[in-house]
Design a protein around this ligand. Sequence first.
Ligand SMILES: [Zn+2]
Length: 249
Amino acid sequence: MKKNMLCTIAVLLAVLFAACKKSADTPGTATIESTQAAKVHGYIIGLGFPAHTIVDNGNEYIVEGDIIFPKNMEVPGGVKTEQYYTGSLVSATNVTNIRLYVDTSMTSMASEINSAIAQWNGISGCTIHWTVVTGAPFDVTITNYNLGSGVCGQGTFPSSGNAGNLIRINKSYIAGNSFAQRARTICHEMGHNVSFRHTNWSAIGESTATDVPGVGGTDASSIMNGGQCGSGATVLSAKDIQAAVALYH
Ligand SMILES: [Zn+2]
């Protein structure tokens, strides 16, 4: 009961905060941009995330602490609401060559990045293939970003058949973690960029996620479990691998 009340209070506070923010906006700024943002907001709601979990962060929305939705993203059509994913995949062509641009702020973690890539690329019977590129053209940028305390990194879901275009790593925050845990953070965020949601979405109170066909349920060993910054699985689990093959083969 107490927990429910606290939740209710949290929701009310979130609503109040949102209301405050809204009133602080300059009147008459309803532009094409905000219409586009509303579309993205609607898309996030459509994926099943409750409105109060969506944080407005300037040019983007942040959901569940580690997923970025750029306000200018192209909203995928036909959101499906049924390991778990967003229902929107990287296209069969694009997934075989996801070009990752390592921002100079992340070159010191090149070994961790390569280790994470090796995990995704090493799945037998799966078409996911990441390559590091040193300049344009590229599909995804990985960059250092101060996300404060408690968030290791952020990924971005795919849209229009493209892998999510941004991964942020809270480099100073994870610097004290083991090599395997630093690589885990990167591997986990890469999972979001190819559509994976948190395997433990239910346990950590997130919105209902779409089952990967034939690979639903919980999995304590999943690298895609959320809220396990610095302590979670460091290798793709058997079910993570099954799910990756089910979505991309
Ligand atoms: Zn995550």
